[in-house]
Structures are given as structure tokens and as C-alpha cells.
Design a protein around this ligand. Sequence first.
Ligand code: GLY
Length: 399
Amino acid sequence: MKTRLKIFLAAILFIAISCSKEKPIDKIIDESLSFAVKQYSLMTDTMKNKPDQLPRTITAEGRLKTENSHWWTSGFYPGSLWYLYEYSNNPEFKADATGITARVEQEKYTTNSHDVGFILNCSFGNGLRLTGEEAYNEVLLTGAKSLSTRFRPNIGCIQSWGSSKKWQCPVIIDNMMNLELLMWAFKKSGDSSFYKIALSHADTTIKYHFRSDFSTYHVVSYDTVTGKVEARQTAQGFSDSSAWSRGQSWGLYGYTMMYRETGLDRYLQQARHIAGFLTSNPNLPEDKIPYWDFNAPGIPNATRDASAGAIMASALIELSSFVGKEEGERYLKVAETQIRTLASPMYMAKLGENGDFLLMHSVGSIPANSEVDVPLTYADYYFIEACMRYRKILNAESK
Ligand code: GLY
């Protein structure tokens, strides 16, 4: 073969191999976060003209849909702005995060729902972490006291939703997420009642919420007089006995966080068991974004839930740092695939589209036919958090 032809063929081969190589994950993360800064700048332009409102999802016409601060998702947008400030160091993001965080302050008095933990921890919690703003301590402590009023001592849990004809004291697995606010309050104030409530809730939930395969029920309701379990059911999952995907992710994240906060081995073991159920589940697709329920009808054509994937990724990244090397690498590999999938055009919106949210294809509640295959503010929040967490690991490795 002539030399020139050989060189030409070698060049073609080199280009083909380079193109087929995966883009490095640090590049994907950097591009995703840079894009998030641009997309959220657009969202913030819109939100400046909507005082007292916070982004939730999109309308049927594809426009941004907002809610007031009492809706459970109100803390995620300010939380995302804090993370993007942390990433970009852009003072405009700090100013916007500060202004938007103030919109949820009144939720510190919320005693009629457990979501005060989600709302304040993501907004004021991140703000305090990044700025040390003294006034945020009072907001978080007042919120933790409000959340504590929902603790039912004879049950050992924080009540999630109000009592109804169906359920006397419903507790949902999501509620594990609210314990982070209580753990912060304990450390800040030294008041052990916050610690006792958080541990009691986490322990009671291990006892009654989980099945032998470490999947979790969505709702466990307790008898308010006897303190005993009266029902194990679902609200947002496919069936009472199914594994609703976001609920599994809340459980994984919740116990990983409780291990971080307490150092107690039982929470680490619980998180590892949940991770085992999820990561080796035959119904977890190759691209690692769960169907809306692990037992959804119609798999493999069932609707995916990007939010469940983003929460799981963030939790697995944290869990990877608490276990041995081999196990940690397994968790990181799943999380990396999840980030790659979510960052791909399959899930990541284009600039100025998708109501200025990042991710498409999440699910609020299929049984209620509400928010099906749409962007959701918390999918973005946990995706950004997952990217930030992974980035920290990569930065530490490169030092
Ligand atoms: N905490 C409500 C949900 O996950 O949909």
C-alpha cells in the first residue's frame, strides 16, 4: 500500500476511535453546570416578575408553572440557585439566591405538613452553608421546631400528611428527607429533642416501612391511639405492594444522610441494602433512569422518572464515600451513567425551552394523572447536586 494511503487510513481509524470514546465525565459535568447557569438565568428573569412565586413544572402549553411557598417543592429553586452560585462564583447568582430564598421564609411556621424540612433545608440550609448568614440560623431553628410538633411519641414518627378517613397518621418514606433539618438543629442548638425525634423516626421507618427485599412501601399509616401500623399502601406508586421509584430514592438518600449525620452503622447498612435493591434490580434499565415504578405495568415501555434517577445519583455518590473501594466504585459507576443519561439530549432540554427547567421526563403522580412526563423543579435540584458532589470527588482525586 502506498504510504500516503496508509497515513490516510490510519487517520480515519484514529478519528473513528476518538469519536467512539466516551466524553470524560468531568467534561459532561462541567458542560451541564455551565448550561444550568445559562438556563437558570433565563428562569430567574421570569421569576423576578412573579413575586412570592416559585417554579414547580410546566403547563400543558409548555409554559413555566409556579406555586406559592407553601407547595412542598418551593425550596428547590432557591437551593438550585445556591448550588449554581457555588459553581459559578457569580455574585448575581448570590443576589438572586438570597432574594428568592427570602420568599420561603414564612414556611418556618408551617406545622400542617412535614415538607418544612425539604423547603427550608434546600433553601436556607444551602444559603447558610455558603454564606454563614447569621439570620438564617433563626429561620432554620424555627422551622425545625415547627416540624417537631408533628412528632407522635406513641408512634415514634413525624406525621407526614393530615389525618383522613383513610389514614389516621400517614407517614411516607419521603419524610426521611426532612430529618436533615432536625439533625442540623440538634448540632446548632444542642437540644437533644431534635436528635431523639430524628433517630426515632428513622428507626421506626426501618422497622415498618421496608419489605424483606429492602424495597419500601410509600405510605405506612399508624393508629393514633395504639401506635400500631393500621395500613401499608401507596399514593403515588403503581400498587400497595410495588416499589414506587422516587420513594426508593428518598429512602436511599435519607439513610445515607442519616449515616453522615450520626455515624450510626445501622443507617449505613440500611442505605447499602436499599442501594443493593436498586442497583441490581432487573427492572433498572441500562441507562439507569428508573421507570416511574419498579413494578410499573408495560416495562420496558413504561414512563421513566428523571427525578428518581437524579435523587438516586446524588445519594449513590455520597454513599460511595462511606463504603469500601470496590463497592464505592460500583455505586459511582451507576451514578455516572445516570448523570451521562440525564445530561444527554434524551433528557436535557435546550436553552430557553422546557419552561427553562433543565431536565425533561419526570413524573409527579401517575395515579393522580398529575405531572406525567414533565420537568419538575426537584429533578433539576438533585441533578445539580449530583453534579456538584461528583465534581468534588473528581477535584479531590486530581489533587
Ligand atoms: N414528596 C412528594 C413526592 O416525592 O412526590
